[in-house]
Ligand binder design. Structure first.
Ligand code: ZN
Length: 312
């Protein structure tokens, strides 16, 4: 009797370990289809993951995408870092930081090209006017922080010349309109929202400060890439193609469906972004790592060969 109870306890313990150790890719098959779970935030920077989901669904492909929406970068990152999803469309600097901290992930493509703006109120007409002002970014580990540093450098200023505050992206347009902040840089369409509401104007677009800037990346877990190599390869290829298929018209259609934003906001925002070539090249990554070090985001960003995988 006692022996049976101990055995039962040990079985339950083993089962518990197996369950808690369960990763996203273990639950891969659903209705006879293989599923890849991708985390995202509702921003135009994530349009290719919406498009690839739609395309694979329409083609009744053996591989399907399950999208999991998050409200903030820390929540999304937690899901990615704990293996609750197979991948994510995420700020590349946040993914670099996770990689540095030992999380097994790879950046396999870009989320978008260009598509960021620095928005300010009318008291700021040049980079020099930023001095002494309050400026919002979504996270210290972001290209938005880098673009702010780039803008300040245009006038010989540094981050120490302004007050920086971290806000959630949807809060920024109203914070600017109410005078709580003087400007911000964040994922779209939240820059376009302030412009459309006449609460701010574009001081710089990202390509004026940082040509071929990197911002969001499609990141996959090593577990998914290693245990489901064929699916990973098929998914990345379909994702790249989905980016090429995102013409302005198609991007608008997908954005209307997934982002619940006004059409005039999307029309403004989608003028600034493209998705046609989402490869992360060694050259553009080298510029990113230089900026990350120069502006103090990280002293030791991951090497290209350790972090970027583009041989699918
Ligand atoms: Zn982005």
């Amino acid at each position: 009797m006692r022996k049976n109870r101990i055995l039962g306890f040990l079985t339950a313990l083993a089962l518990g370990v197996a369950l808690t150790g369960c990763s996203a890719s273990d639950a891969a098959v659903n209705d006879g289809k293989k599923v890849v779970k991708i985390a995202y935030l509702p921003i135009t920077h994530a349009l290719p993951v919406f498009e690839v989901k739609e395309e694979l669904e329409a083609a009744d492909d053996d591989l399907q995408v399950e999208l999991i929406k998050y409200g903030s970068w820390p929540e999304l990152l937690d899901a990615l870092n704990t293996g609750r999803v197979d991948g994510a469309s995420v700020l590349i600097e946040l993914a670099m930081k996770s990689k540095q901290e030992g999380i097994g992930i790879k950046a396999v493509a870009l989320g978008h090209k260009d598509g960021n703006v620095i928005v300010t109120n009318d008291s700021i007409q040049t980079a020099a006017d930023l001095k002494g002002k309050t400026f919002a970014i979504p996270h210290r580990q972001s290209s938005h922080n880098i673009l702010l540093n780039d803008a300040l450098a245009e006038a010989g200023l540094t981050i120490d010349d302004i007050t920086v505050t971290e806000l959630a992206p949807p809060e920024m347009p109203s914070a600017l309109a109410s005078g709580q902040i003087d400007g911000y840089c964040v994922a779209e369409p939240f820059g376009a929202k302030a412009v459309t509401l006449h609460a701010g104007h574009v001081l710089y677009s990202s390509e004026e400060l940082w040509p071929e800037s990197l911002c969001c990346g499609l990141v996959l877990t090593d577990d998914f890439i290693d245990s489901r190599a064929e699916d990973a390869s098929a998914f990345v290829k379909s994702y790249q193609q989905a980016g090429k298929n995102l013409t302005k018209e198609k991007a608008k259609e997908i954005a209307v469906k997934y982002l619940q934003q006004d059409e005039d906001v999307l029309d403004t925002s989608l003028q600034w972004i493209s998705y046609d070539d989402l490869e992360i090249t060694e050259e553009t990554y080298a510029i990113l790592t230089e900026k990350v070090k120069t502006y103090g985001l990280s002293e030791n960003p991951p090497a290209y060969e350790d972090f970027v995988k583009n041989d699918f």
